[in-house]
Design a binder for this molecule. Structure first.
Ligand SMILES: [Zn+2]
Length: 202
């Protein structure tokens, strides 16, 4: 019986998905979500935070260096809290939460507070900027899993339908489509939105 229980507890090539400290990749986190009954299409990011023990608060956040603070992830006495700019629309908030989840799963050993203003830096020069890029990649991968994007594109979904399916903004959807190399296929007759990779907000 002990052997059977061990098998049941393991997934994804022997990774113990019940141990949240071992989750370091988007795919493991999505498996963790599914095992815990959390909707992944679209991903219920708030339920995931709750399961991970992170409180989520929507509130007014002040500016830093003339830019809105989108989100903050911070730890106090080993309890993690997330603060999300309440004036953002829901889809933008979802990306902020997914980005902060990226920090939580990838970087929480390094820092106790993450304060975010600018997303989507294509070029990074410092370790902090590298972590921002990694958090974006993580967020894109959990909100818009590659296999699901490919499947929906093959089924004929257009840009807007994809954004609706994953409950993300059009710009965030474009970011992921370009990462996967499918944007030109999806674009077809649709209008284009100028995209400045160095610094723009979802
Ligand atoms: Zn960040």
């Amino acid at each position: 019986m002990a052997f059977k229980n061990r098998i049941l507890r393991y997934d994804g090539g022997g990774i113990d998905l019940d141990n949240i400290d071992l989750i370091k990749t988007p795919s493991w986190l999505l498996l963790y979500a599914k095992r815990n009954g959390i909707n992944t299409m679209p991903l219920d990011v708030v339920a995931l935070c709750d399961k991970a023990g992170i409180s989520v608060t929507y509130q007014t956040l002040c500016q830093r260096d003339g830019m809105d603070i989108a989100g903050i992830l911070s730890s106090c006495d080993s309890r993690w809290s997330m603060y999300v700019n309440k004036k953002y629309v829901e889809r933008r908030q979802r990306f902020v939460i997914a980005h902060e989840l990226g920090h939580f799963f990838l970087h929480r050993q390094d820092r106790s507070i993450f304060t975010d203003t600018v997303f989507f830096r294509a070029i990074y020069h410092t370790e902090e900027q590298k972590q921002e890029w990694q958090a974006n990649e993580f967020a894109a991968s959990i909100l818009m899993p590659r296999d699901d994007v490919v499947r929906l594109v093959d089924e004929g979904c257009d840009w807007m339908q994809l954004a609706d399916a994953f409950q993300v903004s059009m710009l965030v959807m474009r970011y992921q489509l370009e990462r996967i190399g499918l944007f030109s296929k999806v674009l077809k007759k649709e209008f284009t939105i100028p995209l400045v990779y160095s610094s723009y907000r979802p």
